[in-house]
Write a protein that binds this ligand. Structure first.
Ligand code: HEM
Length: 420
C-alpha cells in the first residue's frame, strides 16, 4: 500500500510524503470540535481527538488547524494534497483559485464513501451525498423549501429562517429544554448539559421539518440520538475511520450493524412521516419543511421542469433526513463551544447578557435583532472561526479534469476541498 501511495504522488498536486498510518481528521469530540490537527513528521494529518474538556485549550492551542494548513500551504503552495488514510485529498487554500475551481458544476460531485452510500444509493438519493443532475434537482428543491417557505395564501415568500413561526418554535423548544433541565437536575448542582443541547436542537430541527417535537424520554428520540450522537461516543474516533477501512468496520462489526440498523430504521420512519403529510396537505398553508418540499415538487411537476422526475417522495424524504444529519450535530457542537467559552470568559458572558438586555429585554426576539446585537453576532462568528465544527468542510469530487493556472491538474473523480 505504501509503494502504491508513493507511486500515485507523481500525478498529484504537491503533497507531503504519504504514509499509510495517517488518520482522517475528525472534528467530533465530547464537547464539540477541538479542531486541533497534528502533522506527523511525514506531513500527513491526524486528528487529536479529545473526549476530555481538559484537552480543549481554548484560545491557547499550540496546534491550531489553521496554523497547520497555513504551514502546509507555505511549504507546498496554494494547492496541495493531504492524505486521509490511503485517500488523497486536494486542498485549495487560495480564494481566487478556489473560486475558479469551484466555478459552475466542475466540483459539485461528492466522493463515494461508506456513509454516503447509506444515504444516497440506487434506492434513494438525498441532498448532501448525491451528485450530478440528481443533486441539482434535489438542491433546487430543498434549498428554496428551506429558504423561501410560502407563508400565506397570496403566496408571498419569505425566508423560512426569518419567519416569526421559526422564532416561536425555537422559543418553545428552548423553554421546554430549560424546564426539563430544572425538573431533572434541580438548581443546586452542576450537571452535564450535552444531552440537553442535543435535545433542544433536535426539537428545533424536528419541529421545523416534520412539525413534531419530542419529550426527552421518547423512545423514537432515543433511536435518533444513537445515530446522531451516541454511536460516535460509543466507538470514539474509530467511527470516522469506518469510512476509510472495511477492516476497521469488520473489527467494529457489532457497532457497525447497530448503526446501520438504526439509520435504516430512522430513514424509514422519516419517509413514512413525509408520506403522512399528504393526508392533510394543502398548498394554501405550509406547516413545516415537508409541506414546503411537497409544494416545490408539485410546482416542478406542474411547470414541467426537466428535473421534476428526480423529485420522488423517497428522495425528498431522504433530503429531509439529511437536514437532521447535517443540522443537529453542527449546531449542537457549535452551541456547546459557545456555552464553554462563555463559562471560560465570564467578562464576555457579562457583555453578551448586557447587550441582549439592552437591545431585546423581555420582549420576544425578532430576526431584525441580529442587526442590533453586534457583540452577540461577533461572538458567534468568532466561535465559528475559532472552533469550527467542520473546519475543512465536506469534500467535493471533481466531475471533470480541472486545470488551474500553471499547477498540476486536478483529475476527474479526485476529492477536493477548499480552506481559505
Ligand atoms: C454551525 C452550524 C453549521 C455548520 C458549521 C455547517 C457546515 C456545513 C458545511 C461545511 C457544509 C459543506 C458545504 C460544501 O459542500 O462545500 C454543509 C453542507 C450542508 N449543510 Fe450545514 N452547517 C451547519 C448547520 C446546518 C443546518 C442547521 C442545516 C439544516 C437544517 C444544514 C444542512 C446542510 C446541508 C443540507 C448541506 C449539504 C448541501 C449540499 O451538498 O448541497 N447545515 N454544512
Amino acid at each position: 500500500m505504501f509503494l502504491l501511495m508513493q507511486e500515485s504522488v507523481r500525478d498529484l498536486t504537491p503533497t507531503p510524503t504519504p504514509a499509510p498510518h495517517s488518520i482522517h481528521c475528525s472534528p467530533t469530540t465530547a464537547l464539540g470540535s477541538s479542531s486541533r490537527v497534528k502533522t506527523h513528521s511525514c506531513g500527513t494529518i491526524s486528528s487529536l481527538i479529545s473526549h476530555n474538556t481538559k484537552h480543549c485549550c481554548m484560545f491557547k492551542s499550540a496546534e491550531h488547524w489553521d496554523d497547520v494548513f497555513r504551514g502546509l500551504s507555505r511549504k507546498y503552495g496554494q494547492v496541495f494534497t493531504v492524505w486521509f488514510a490511503n485517500t488523497p485529498l486536494v486542498v485549495i487554500t487560495d480564494i481566487d483559485i478556489a473560486r475558479e475551481a469551484f466555478h459552475k458544476r466542475n466540483l459539485t460531485g461528492r466522493p463515494s464513501s461508506y456513509f454516503a452510500k447509506q444515504l444516497s444509493n440506487d434506492n434513494h438519493r438525498e441532498v448532501v451525498f448525491s451528485d450530478g443532475h440528481e443533486w441539482e434537482a434535489i438542491r433546487r428543491t430543498t434549498q428554496p423549501a428551506i429558504q423561501f417557505s410560502i407563508v400565506n395564501t397570496n403566496r408571498s415568500k419569505r425566508k423560512y429562517s426569518t419567519l416569526d413561526k421559526l422564532i416561536y418554535l425555537t422559543v418553545d423548544c428552548v423553554d421546554q429544554t430549560v424546564k426539563s433541565m430544572i425538573d431533572r437536575e434541580g438548581l443546586d448542582k452542576p450537571f452535564i448539559v450535552k444531552d440537553y443541547i442535543f435535545y433542544m436542537f433536535f426539537n428545533i430541527i424536528s419541529a421545523s421539518i416534520l412539525g413534531k417535537s419530542y419529550t426527552m424520554d421518547d423512545p423514537e428520540l432515543k433511536r435518533f440520538k444513537y445515530v446522531l450522537m451516541d454511536v460516535g461516543h460509543e466507538v470514539g474516533a474509530r467511527f470516522m475511520l469506518w469510512d476509510f477501512s472495511s477492516f476497521i468496520r469488520l473489527l467494529d462489526r457489532r457497532s457497525v450493524q447497530k448503526q446501520q440498523q438504526i439509520l435504516t430504521e430512522m430513514s424509514l420512519m422519516i419517509r413514512n412521516k413525509f408520506k403522512d403529510h399528504y393526508a392533510d396537505y394543502s398548498d394554501a398553508i405550509e406547516r413545516d419543511i415537508c409541506d414546503a418540499l411537497i409544494t416545490a415538487k408539485n410546482e416542478a411537476l406542474r411547470e414541467g421542469k426537466e428535473w421534476a422526475p428526480y423529485l420522488t417522495d423517497d428522495n425528498l424524504a431522504m433530503s429531509a433526513m439529511s437536514l437532521f444529519l447535517g443540522g443537529i450535530s453542527t449546531s449542537q457542537n457549535t452551541f456547546q463551544w459557545i456555552v464553554l467559552l462563555m463559562c471560560y470568559y465570564p467578562e464576555v458572558q457579562r457583555k453578551l447578557r448586557q447587550e441582549i438586555e439592552t437591545q431585546i429585554g423581555d420582549r420576544m426576539p425578532t430576526h431584525e435583532d441580529r442587526n442590533r446585537c453586534h457583540y452577540v453576532m461577533a461572538f458567534i462568528a468568532e466561535t465559528l472561526r475559532f472552533r469550527n465544527i467542520i473546519p475543512i468542510g465536506v469534500p467535493h469530487r471533481a466531475l471533470v479534469d480541472i486545470q488551474i493556472v500553471a499547477l498540476k491538474p486536478i483529475n476527474v473523480n479526485q476529492s477536493v476541498f477548499w480552506y481559505t
